[in-house]
Write a protein that binds this ligand. Structure first.
Ligand code: FMN
Length: 148
């Protein structure tokens, strides 16, 4: 099974989450490719079975340019028949906007026809042990559904 992880990270938290998830999925036998949103074309999802987006949220309801460019590319795809998962780190200080971009991408993946394989994983700031468990559980759900 091929998994494609695309992530956006300014200060490293979401890069760490992407790394942890990549290792977990590799342990389950997935063929994983990981790259930063800024240097990735959303079309790359078309060659994967499982499309994953890991993102920060900066700016209470808005998207940074790197995220909105990727979001606009995603909007044009048809991911029918593929699975997706979203996760990310934010800060609860932003209350109603906590991890908002994670949920923006959840909606968009659904809109372009992909099927959600596990619930969004939201993490507060840098991933601690509890957050790592959440990532591990999500990876297990992905493996349970996609591996024979
Ligand atoms: C100016 C600024 C605005 C932010 N806005 C939000 C926000 O709206 N929602 C949220 O959940 N987190 C917000 N955050 C917190 C970041 O998303 C959080 O620190 C995240 O872990 C950063 O990820 P990164 O290390 O991958 O860049 C904001 C942080 C800063 C500095």
């Amino acid at each position: 099974m091929k998994a494609r992880i695309v992530y956006a990270s300014m200060t490293g938290n979401n890069a760490d989450i992407a790394d942890i998830l990549e290792e977990e999925l590799q342990d389950y036998g997935f063929d994983v490719e990981t790259s930063e949103a800024e240097f990735t074309d959303a079309n790359d999802y078309l060659s994967s079975d499982l499309c994953i987006f890991v993102t920060y949220t900066y700016g209470e309801g808005t998207m940074t340019d790197e995220i909105s460019d990727f979001y606009e590319q995603l909007k044009e795809l048809n991911l029918t028949g593929k699975y997706f998962a979203v996760m990310g780190s934010g800060d609860m200080v932003y209350a109603d906007h906590f991890c908002e971009n994670v949920f923006d991408f959840e909606k968009m993946f659904k809109q372009v026809g992909a099927k959600e394989i596990t619930k969004p994983v939201t993490i507060e700031n840098a991933p601690d042990d509890e957050a790592i468990s959440k990532i591990e559980n999500a990876a297990k759900e992905m493996a349970d559904q996609l591996n024979d």
